[in-house]
Ligand binder design. Structure first.
Ligand SMILES: Nc1ncnc2c1ncn2[C@@H]1O[C@H](COP(=O)(O)OP(=O)(O)OP(=O)(O)O)[C@@H](O)[C@H]1O
Length: 306
């Protein structure tokens, strides 16, 4: 049976520049790794900040393990939010950051912290504010994993990390999660690299939830089709096209829905190639700007006609 760790209903957050989250209703499953995906400015950080009570919604409700988190110490200590721009007091060295986290998080594992500090080679002498971008990210990951908080959020935790260090993060996350299952929500733009970590995904687009599903179901729920532009247009007629791209006389599209046998036959008759869609392609397709693509297509047509 699946249980819900986090529930939001009609969550909305506006800023003076516009709407960051728009009527977001979600049930985030407990003890699952959920990817929070979407283009820049889609609302991912805003959603995590609201759930972890670092910000207040304009309207809507949030429940963490059934409780409203805002100004609720018992709910807040169950959550760890690893932010990409986390600030530390000016005089903090590594040991101070570790000590503070160890006091704050009830399930803190010093063993995990020590192992990760060694694996990431985080320096002990300089103050944290002198850390490189990658060292700061590594420290965030140490705090996030060693906290063993029942609900842990990682907001683009890899910024500045080299490929080896990112590999350490993925290995350690999977290893510790297998031994101590917990609810993990992870925002990322490195989808191809991290999709093996994710069991479910939420895709946000301009503040709204456009998908919330199991990764496997999502991948199987769309298909990619490519070939000569004219043949492709014939195939696409009347279908729910998530995105399309063209180059010269060739074109490709991502289409919503699993392909039926008749679709495969039609594609073969039209000389089109059908393939599955990667999570990265699917997220790009949901964030596809149809209006901009049409505008650019009409400009190219005018150029060709001139
Ligand atoms: N403090 C703020 N004041 C004004 N606007 C804000 C503030 N915080 C966020 N926004 C706006 O809200 C929208 C959502 O921002 P958010 O940081 O949640 O996006 P994101 O999906 O995390 O983006 P990215 O992938 O670039 O980190 C953006 O348009 C952003 O400019």
């Amino acid at each position: 049976m699946t249980t819900t760790a986090i529930q939001t209903r009609g969550l909305t957050r506006r800023y003076s520049g516009g709407i960051a989250l728009d009527d977001v209703t979600l049930d985030i499953q407990a003890n699952v790794i959920t990817g929070l995906l979407g283009r820049n400015g889609a609302g991912k950080t805003t959603l995590m900040a609201l759930i972890t009570a670092q910000d207040r919604p304009g309207s809507g409700t949030i429940r963490v393990a059934g409780h409203e988190p805002f100004e609720n110490a018992a709910a807040i200590e169950q959550m760890c939010f690893v932010r990409d721009n986390q600030r530390y007091p000016d005089d903090y060295k590594l040991k101070h950051a570790i000590r503070a986290a160890a006091v704050f998080y009830p399930n803190w594992s010093q063993e995990v912290a020590d192992r990760l500090i060694a694996r990431f080679r985080i320096p002990t002498k300089p103050v944290v504010k002198k850390f490189s971008r990658g060292q700061l990210s590594a420290l965030g990951i140490v705090l996030g994993l060693a906290s063993r908080a029942p609900i842990t959020f990682f907001d683009e935790p890899y910024l500045g990390l080299d490929a080896t260090a990112r590999g350490v993060f993925y290995d350690e996350l999977l290893h510790d999660y297998a031994e101590h299952p917990r609810t993990i929500v992870l925002s990322t733009h490195l989808i191809d690299e991290m999709d093996r970590l994710l069991e479910r995904v939420i895709i946000l687009e301009q503040g709204r939830v456009v998908q919330h599903a199991d990764v496997e179901a999502l991948r199987g729920g769309a298909h990619q089709i490519a070939g000569k532009a004219g043949a492709l247009e014939q195939y696409l007629g009347g279908r729910d096209v998530l995105s399309r791209r063209g180059l010269g006389g060739l074109a490709s599209a991502v289409v919503n829905g699993a392909p039926a046998a008749a679709d495969r036959t039609l594609a073969a008759e039209l000389g089109l190639e059908m393939s599955s869609v990667s999570l990265q392609e699917l997220v790009a397709a949901y964030g596809f700007d149809h209006a901009a693509a049409e505008a650019s297509e009409s400009v190219s047509q005018e150029r060709r006609a001139a």
